[in-house]
Design a protein around this ligand. Sequence first.
Ligand SMILES: Cc1ncc(COP(=O)(O)O)c(C=O)c1O
Length: 434
Amino acid sequence: MPGSYPEATRRSGKLFERAKKVFAGGVNHNARFYQPYPLFVSRAGAQHVWDADGNRYTDYWMGHMALILGHSPRPVVDALRGQIGRGTHYGMGSGLSVELAEEIQKTVPCAEMMRFCNTGAEATMYLVRLARGYTGKRTVIKMAGGWHGYNTELNKGVHRPFDKSESAGILGEEQAFVKNVRFNDLGAAEHTIKEAEGDAALIFLEPVLGAGGCVPADPDYLKGLRELADRHGVLLAFDEIITGFRVSLGGAQGYYGVTPDLASFGKIAGGGLPLGLVAGRKEIISLADPTRKENFVSIGGGTFSENPLSMAAGLATVRHLRRHAGSVYPMLDKAGRGMRKAVDKVFAAEGVDAHTTGLGSLFLTHFGVAPKNAEESAEGDKKARLDYCLELMTKGIFVLPGHPGGISTCHTPQDLKEFVEQSGKFAARLSKAR
Ligand SMILES: Cc1ncc(COP(=O)(O)O)c(C=O)c1O
């Protein structure tokens, strides 16, 4: 990339000016905004995206980490080509959706049954409704820093001070029964269950806190939560929208060996097209059966649920991952572990206090903190992190500032080496400037 960020990305700058006139803040997802303005993409393929100025980046954002096989991978492109002439939207069931559900049932420990929808936010909304319908209780315990999409009730305590609504326009009453607790702190969850005095329906968490700092759960923590939930008659659910099909074929529940009662999935399960789903124990999911007379839980789907393009892309991806799980996951694990360690090493060599958290192919570098939860993550040096990401962009590497990165099967050892080298150069400059 020639020159500084504004010099090299003039067309993105101009598009942003136009975008601001049609979209609030110029974006269609809050996470996509960063200073001075975000890049605008013109095309993508494998591990690369090209911006509107024609600059090429090795992409580690990978469509919000949805693209584990890279951009436009062959199995997905072939499946979509095959499907596009057979209908783009049925509004009816199809063999494709049954096949995708059967694939997921085979691979995800808790997925006795499921319901498809279109986004992760919808899936987490339905999950909460099912949990309350099943238990007849109200209180939902989520994690401080836990992000479950733009669903109304759970939009609370995602950012500091970690106990307030994230948004105007949401009534206090709508979130009155949502409690935030510290991640990786079993005592905090137990305390809140007790405080709810028999009204706790659900403990709901991302096994790797995503937006809250890319922090993996301690293995004993998830085991402890399972025991705690069972002891108190509370449901345990994992939000696997990032970790599903990412940290292992069976998601984080497969990786940690802890089976939740319910789980939400999206991202990778849709193979790069829109998909959300809530899966779990048959006894709970079957409350959504529309022929049910009693205690029926009304959840969607929606107009575009089991859209055949999403089904075809999801099926191609999940099937590919199942067939190649023996090579894909060890390779991604090794790449992620190696990268986290090497990045920390180049910062340490320059005397910069930086720590890269993550699990499997996920990573996020923090400055000045080595967080175990979102509160600690929020203490990190945000300016250093933005400078780091912008500097990487000028070197042709894209990591969305402040968000985890995800390595795909397309990234080569050379890509990863380049990432570490550029991190080292940034570390040297940062160290000199301090
Ligand atoms: C853990 C988690 N849950 C839920 C969501 C929401 O999914 P969607 O953006 O598809 O609504 C996200 C999205 O980033 C997520 O990371």
